[in-house]
Design a protein around this ligand. Structure first.
Ligand code: ADP
Length: 404
């Protein structure tokens, strides 16, 4: 018996094999189907997806064989990977000096016939083989060898796909962890910021009372600035807290959006009357969503449609929807001042505003809330608009796969 040669760059090859995270994993039907087909096509009792580890060959799939691994020294596949561009064919191992006294030949499973196609990774390393084995001598036809090679390519594609999926899953869970950390940070920071803010507020009140002088208009103006700044800061901190809490309770319910809009219009009666706004809607559906959060989204978008108008313009807002195979897609269109294309992404970021408060009041949080709420509903939010043309159309989608 001859021991298999150690392949060139063996350490790199083993590293590459490890990067697939496949060794010692459970069996999978997708691989088992391929070995079953290989056996069927080549008319052999055994077919394996064999991966050559440091000291053993380990089988990801073992059709017709109960063993899950064997020592590398006995592995035919460990010979096969030394000529990665060729199929290793052993028609009768008893007549082959490399294998005639190999325990796998002289004893069970009696590997008399062997054909193994090397599995080459994307980085060019031979990781193992797809092989077929029988306990009697055999010759494979050209077509059988062609099919075996095609199946080996499928095995390798499957391994690459699993590797990519795992990388993606790992990246996703890292991202999730980072997001949770950030949310915790936002919660703690905003929670703790409230304390010094309260101290400043109460001392300002004391100073105001002690040094109050109705004649000193400057002093009164300064106090009013401080008061406004503190109120604004408190609202921002509270909003950050609310933002970090969004999505914490996943209590979905079936909501009649038609009724929800009617309720919002009642809430906004004063604003609608003052601006003479016209709010129209098509017949809107019943959907599963988080009631108060989705209400907040419609509320923010309708308010913005009324707010971001040229002076004295009469706001016109229309609400419609589309029923796509996977999502409910809503549109809130206005006839307002519009948004330049290069600003249409950043308006969804926290505290982003495109105008000074002197022109349009606000804190720049409404759309950030909308974005987070919609993402929690496995949807997307975006705007289509041209400044000074026909206003803006805000679209958002809500997954149809949410459950109560
Ligand atoms: P706020 O309304 O408090 O400013 P938002 O987060 O709701 O905060 O909006 C962010 C910015 O996006 C607004 O300041 C405004 O510049 C722009 N914007 C939002 N909605 C509209 C709209 N319907 N038309 C034009 N600009 C808008």
């Amino acid at each position: 018996m001859k021991l298999p040669k150690i392949p060139k760059n063996e350490n790199d090859r083993l590293e590459d094999l490890k990067s697939y995270s496949i060794l010692d994993t459970l069996s999978e039907k997708d691989y088992d189907d391929l070995t079953a087909i290989a056996s069927e096509i080549c008319n052999t009792s055994i077919s394996l997806v064999s991966l050559i580890d440091d000291k053993r060959q380990w089988f990801k799939s073992h059709h017709g064989l109960s063993a899950e691994e064997t020592p590398k020294a006995y592995a035919f596949c460990a010979h096969a990977i030394n000529n990665p561009n060729e199929i290793l064919i052993v028609p009768d191992s008893r007549k082959d000096e490399r294998f005639h006294d190999n325990p796998l030949v002289t004893g069970d499973p009696r590997v008399i016939f062997y054909a193994g196609v090397p599995l080459i990774s994307k980085n060019g390393y031979p990781l193992g083989t797809l092989c077929v084995i029988d306990d009697k001598p055999k010759v494979l036809t050209k077509n059988q060898l062609k099919s075996l090679t095609a199946l080996a390519n499928q095995v390798m594609r499957l391994m690459e796909l699993r590797k990519q999926t795992k990388l993606l899953d790992d990246a996703l869970s890292r991202l999730k962890e980072k997001n949770e950390d950030l949310e915790k940070f936002a919660f703690i920071a905003s929670h703790d910021l409230n304390e010094p803010l309260r101290t400043v507020d109460s001392f300002v009140e004391i100073i105001k009372e002690e040094y109050h002088n109705p004649k000193d208009t400057n002093l009164n103006t300064y106090f009013s600035f401080i008061h406004n700044a503190l109120t604004r800061m408190r609202t921002m901190i509270d909003s950050l807290l609310d933002y970090s809490r969004l999505g914490k309770s996943k209590t979905y319910a079936l909501i009649n959006i038609q009724k929800l809009i009617t309720d919002i219009k009642i809430d906004l009666t004063e604003c609608i009357t003052v601006s003479s706004a016209v709010i129209q809607q098509t017949e809107l559906p019943n959907i599963i969503c988080h009631p108060s959060e989705i209400r907040q989204v419609f509320h923010n978008l309708i308010i913005n449609g009324m707010k971001f108008q040229k002076p004295n313009a009469i706001p016109e807002i229309s609400i419609s929807y589309e029923n796509t195979p996977t999502h409910w897609q809503f549109c809130i269109a206005d006839n307002g001042i519009g948004i330049s294309p290069n600003k249409q992404k950043e308006i969804f970021e926290m505290f982003t505003r495109l105008h000074p408060t002197s022109k349009y009041d606000g804190l720049g949080i409404g759309l950030a809330f909308c974005k987070k709420i919609i993402e929690i509903h496995n949807g997307n939010i975006w705007v289509e608009s041209l400044p000074d043309k026909k206003g803006s159309k805000f679209y958002f989608t809500i997954s149809k796969h949410l459950t109560i």
